[in-house]
Design a protein around this ligand. Structure first.
Ligand code: CU
Length: 170
């Protein structure tokens, strides 16, 4: 039954196509809706899902004005992490960092504009690697609280992660 229906639909579509191509004077009217339909098909939005696990922020010592956030982000499609942010009431500035090792072996870190992500593979934000840096903390991060961290991806997608403040990795 299904096969028969499908065939009938194809024939109908072909007939319609032939009709629109065949007439030249009324083609503007006929072609316009087809163009719209095609455009709508192209614009189908494929939603990328981001699976987050192991998210945590390290408790900051009383005098500290910086904090750090770690997590694993697994995208369902290739993408790139291009930014992170938190409420200004928590930290005045948030950056995505990479840990670097200088020629003399000393460790440092710097802001990174984009971290490529492969579908199905976790991007690990870990101590000694990529991480989210909270700077100009309004007050030290306290264990038992949590921070809403907004992640921004190259595709334009954003996701908000509720990050618990812990003393050590979960
Ligand atoms: Cu950092």
């Amino acid at each position: 039954m299904r096969k028969a229906t499908f065939t009938a639909t194809v024939i109908a579509a072909l007939t319609l196509f032939a009709t629109s191509c065949g007439s030249s004077t009324s083609s503007t009217d006929t072609v316009a809706p087809e163009t719209t339909a095609a455009a709508e098909t192209t614009v189908v939005v494929t939603e990328t899902t981001f699976t987050i696990d192991g998210a945590w922020a390290r408790t900051s010592p009383m005098e500290s004005t910086v904090g750090v956030v770690y997590m694993n982000i697994t995208p369902s499609a290739d993408d790139a992490l291009v930014g992170a942010s938190v409420d200004m009431a928590i930290a005045g500035m948030t950056q995505v960092h990479e840990t670097t090792t200088a020629a003399d072996g000393s460790m440092g870190m710097q802001e990174i504009a984009s971290i490529p992500m492969t579908a199905g593979t976790p991007l690990e934000l870990v101590s000694g690697g990529f991480h989210i840096m909270l700077m100009k903390l309004a007050k030290p991060l306290e264990t038992g609280t949590s921070i809403a961290v907004t992640l921004t991806f190259e595709s334009g997608a954003t996701t908000i992660v509720d990050v618990p403040v812990l003393t050590e990795a979960p």
